[in-house]
Ligand binder design. Sequence first.
Ligand SMILES: [Zn+2]
Length: 671
Amino acid sequence: MIKNIVVLLIVIAALTESIKTPAQVPASSQDKYLELPLGAIKPKGWLRHQLLIMAEGSSGHLDEVHPKIANDNGWLGGKGDNWEETPYWLDGAVPLAYLLDDPALKSKVLKYVNWTLDHQRPSGYFGPITKTERERGVQVSADQCDAGEDWWPKMVMLKVLQQYYTATGDSRVIPFMTRYFKYQLAVLDQCPIGKWTEWAASRGTDNEMIVQWLYTITKDPSLIKLAEKIESQSFTWSKWLGDRNWVMNAAAYQGNKDWMTRHAVNVGMALKAPAINYQRTNDDQYLKALKTGWNDIMLLHGLPMGIFSGDEDLHGNAPTQGVELCAIVESMFSMEKIIGITGDTQYMDALERMTFNALPTQTTDDYNMKQYFQIANQVQVSRGVFDFSLPFDREMTNVFGLRSGYTCCTSNMHQGWTKFASHLWYATPDGGVAALHYSPCEINTEIRGQEVTINEQTNYPFSDEVAFEIHVARDVKFPFVLRVPTWCEQATVRVNASVVKQSAGGEIITIDRTWKNGDKVTLSLPMKVTVSEWGRNSRAIERGPLVYALKLSERWEKGTDTTEGDYYSIYPTEEWNYGLLESALKQSANLAVNTKAVSDGFIWNREHAPVEIRVPAKKIPSWKAIDGVAHQPVTERFGAFRGAVDDKVEEIVLIPYGCTKVRIVAFPTVR
Ligand SMILES: [Zn+2]
């Protein structure tokens, strides 16, 4: 209760808008949507279940099961991890604690937050005790900035603290950030952003993002100077994204030169760079650069599940390429920022696609294991080199394990679902609320001095109806904004059973009216089965926000690596070498769709997949995996494989991509 009062006081002081959020005022007052404080959105249904699994699994216990974080942690004053993995974990564990309102997890993450806030040096520097500090008994100061260490992990901890602040209004956070950013501005000429690692120079945008967020609160003009300084010392992502040479080079070259500029996690993080620059400068060129860059990336490197290849580098659009889990969760976070700043529905579609397709498949049902790289057409999960640009010596990048591959994803994967949940809704600058992504949840906020609760009931992304019920003590007028995904041909909105609007895909609907307690808003988004085209002239089946993949029974095999621990390989026990019947795809809207009830439990596996699509197909006997890689059969212009195929037409079953572990998603067609 005291925390709530503190939040409220900050709100009243900080905002003139009628919607009350503690910390999210747009930097240049043109952000299209404003983020809600952490905790305003409470996930329900399948999404809450997903978060509960995470809290019981690695997200809630990584400090106990992952030695790098567990042992003598640098972010608690020890000599252990003093780099990215602890902040990575907290970047997901902090929102998880507040989304679930979980006291045990809150007190766990608070230890790290408190240590960080309590051990800021008088100069403003923060973070684990540095090697020089230990050896020489000094403290990092502005005239001895080289006693400091890498700027990069602090960028992640700033994201943690920002979220923590919006949830709690803790009065220590703003002065802490103010002192740190004064320190940064004082020393960056002497100790530039890339002084210790190229990671920091490639990820400066994340630093700028928090600097500009603080500016919205304190309006200190030196923060804008600092953001410009960091931008000038960092990789020039905005330029590269707008200049098509960079993305073409990344498609053509896989060599060692400039690999940091093609590293998929860097790219995922960098997507927001033009938007962050736009937020500061109001220069439309940045929005054009973002659009050019995103379209180019997906054209040259895009995969059906809504993400670009990156194993570890951008690697073209063949369905045999992989993508690192960090690249997915970082791209999602970039989209969440881009959406708020630009309001552009293209990025809302992009976030939805990567979240509901690419994200769920790469972790185990208990959220205790992950794959470093998932493959689109993944016909086996095993040790191997595959088609990866960086397979590592132990060849563990494709198996499911807690510590397999590289452990950045082990620590970073927790921000995927949690931040998606905290960005389902935004506030609008004119005092309303916007439901931009749909999942079961409840939102509590204050509009024109009144507490407003909106209960969102839906089985989206599996079902096509989203129902909202508004709870208010007294009538209150505000705009209620809804997104119509681009895949939807015509959406219908009803208020208390009367149709109030019909809109085409890609539109934003605003219903501005006086709302009464118990008012119901229903959004219908009819889903049609469609066919999309992908790399190597392949075809994918889609329905609404989901992409569908071949349902295959799985055989799991446990293994142990002396260095990287326990892991699982997965093999299909059925044949996967099918081409889809061309004539059936021409009438894809007629394909049989079976849906079953969506429970509030776990849904992202083969057993619980709530939707099935049946497609006529024929086997291609010559399509076989070589070293685990199902290289795409050669097809002619229309996508058809013209070699020998089985005569027999079989009806194959497709389920949501996110429910599969082994699969084909990008199919050749056959006649
Ligand atoms: Zn990673």
